[in-house]
Design a protein around this ligand. Structure first.
Ligand code: GDP
Ligand code: MG
Length: 437
């Protein structure tokens, strides 16, 4: 599926020390292929990957975050943008507000009508009325009544009336007479797009002038969903899309393509058959879902949240001036520990990731390091040169470690400070040589 493919495409970059034009090109090519495989329109996929490429090359990715993760973030942000910025609400300004459902048979219109009524009743304190305009199948009218009973919402229907336009009008009149401030009109679909269905829904629209026309589509129908969306939009110029059946195997491609092709917001998603299985559409969450790498993305987010950039800059300055002390070291360790696994996160220390990796410091080692640093006086922390044999002995005792361990830490610290300084100075090559020795 798309998630796995994107994951694979991004894999090469993850954890890489450097983003070059070559591996960005490689990766974006893979991403494009993954998008195409997921039924995303060619032009959209191409534009998308071009934007990702531009951003990746344009951004300063060599500093505080691992480039691979930043790349994931760029892809996620672009996907989010592509699917439509912030979640958009629906227009409830009318009195009553009329919401017209459109879509093929089986897309989930009747189910979603109920879900929406339920949502508006409970979350928006509205008093909705459901109107059954599927005049072809008596079972469809019964289905809406079952739904209405479940959620405690009134349903207007008239099995004698076979004219969907006058039914819709009668429904609205009924709503006005009974104090309903929202009217949800459930209509009949067909198995495929046809003229009769389009005429019927346009006639209802012209007669009732809805505040909102929602197009309901089964997200599991792939590229067909996109074609259907286009046909409906050409005729109806609808206001928003409802993606149903996102509880099954996700076809994220549908969300991306539909939004791009019809340029209408996705407003809701259906995630199950029950009346509460509905969510307002959040592009960022959908991007997460499509990327299927929530852990990586949230890792990046956590890092950005917790890694105080100001502090990073301050420390870099200290390094440059040879004034990086044990206090700074300790606060770096604590920052990192807040974010989770040492191994994944060590690369986030500005300019020091590689150097520290070279030293093979593991999580357990940090416990001793912290204990040792805690046993130092402030003067010793900022000026490690003070640490003579007597002081070392005191520190070892105080931290429950040995003089050897204190010495070891001092050696590592000195070595690390040197390496960091070299990296700041752009002496990457020299550092690599040193690490190999
Ligand atoms: P309509 O013909 O457009 O009115 O479609 P229905 O509302 O009758 O839905 C068709 C089928 O899809 C029904 O069996 C629903 O229970 C099911 N369905 C609708 N929405 C969802 C959803 O979000 N998830 C799942 N799993 N099933 C859904
Ligand atoms: Mg129906």
């Amino acid at each position: 599926n798309l998630s796995e493919k994107l994951d694979k495409a991004l894999h090469t970059l993850r954890g890489r020390g450097q983003i070059t034009e070559i591996n960005v090109a490689e990766t974006t090519k893979e991403i494009r292929r993954a998008l195409l495989d997921a039924d995303v329109n060619f032009k959209i996929a191409k534009e998308f990957t071009n934007r990702v490429k531009e951003k990746a090359i344009g951004q300063d990715v060599l500093t505080s975050l691992q480039p691979g993760q930043l790349m994931v973030k760029i892809v996620k942000d672009e996907l989010t943008e592509l699917m439509g910025g912030d979640a958009e609400g629906i227009d409830l300004s009318g009195n009553p507000s009329v919401i017209l459902m459109s879509g093929l048979q089986g897309s989930g219109k009747t189910t979603f009508s109920g879900k929406l009524a339920n949502f508006l009743k409970r979350k928006k304190s509205k008093n909705p009325l459901l109107v059954a305009c599927d005049v072809y199948r008596p079972a469809a009218i019964d289905q809406l009544h079952v739904v209405g009973d479940q959620i405690g919402v009134s349903v207007y229907s008239d099995k004698e009336n076979k004219n969907p336009v006058s039914l819709a009008q009668a429904g609205i009149a009924h709503a006005k007479a009974n104090g309903h401030n929202v009217v949800i009109i459930d209509t009949a679909g067909r198995l495929a797009v046809d003229q009769e269905m389009m005429d019927e829904i346009s006639n209802i629209r012209d007669a009732v002038k809805p505040q909102e026309i929602l197009f309901v589509v089964d997200s599991m129908t792939g590229q067909d969903a996109v074609n259907t969306a286009k046909s409906f939009n050409d005729v109806l110029d609808f206001d928003g899309v409802v993606l149903t059946k996102l509880d099954g195997d996700t076809r994220g491609g549908a969300a991306i393509s539909i939004k791009s092709v019809v340029d209408k917001p996705i407003k809701f998603i259906g995630t199950g058959e029950k009346m509460d299985a509905v969510d307002i559409f959040h592009p960022a969450r959908m991007a997460d879902r499509i990327l299927g790498m929530g852990d990586v993305v949230s890792l990046v987010e956590r890092a950005q949240e917790q890694f105080d950039e100001e502090q990073a800059r301050r420390i870099q300055k200290k390094i440059a001036k040879n004034r990086f002390g044990f206090d700074d070291f300790l606060s770096q360790i604590q920052q990192i520990k807040k974010m989770g696994s040492m191994k994944d996160l060590i690369g986030m220390i500005p300019g020091a990731g590689k150097a520290m990796k070279g030293l093979d410091i593991d999580d357990d080692a940090f416990k001793h390091i912290e204990a040792i640093i805690h046993s130092m006086t402030p003067a010793e922390r900022s000026n490690p040169a003070l640490l003579d044999a007597k002081r070392k002995k005191r520190i070892a005792k105080g931290s429950g470690t040995s003089i050897q361990e204190v010495n070891q830490l001092l050696k590592q610290f000195t070595q690390m400070s040197k390496m960091m300084k070299m990296m700041q100075g752009g002496g990457g090559k020299k550092m690599m040589q040193m690490m190999q020795n």
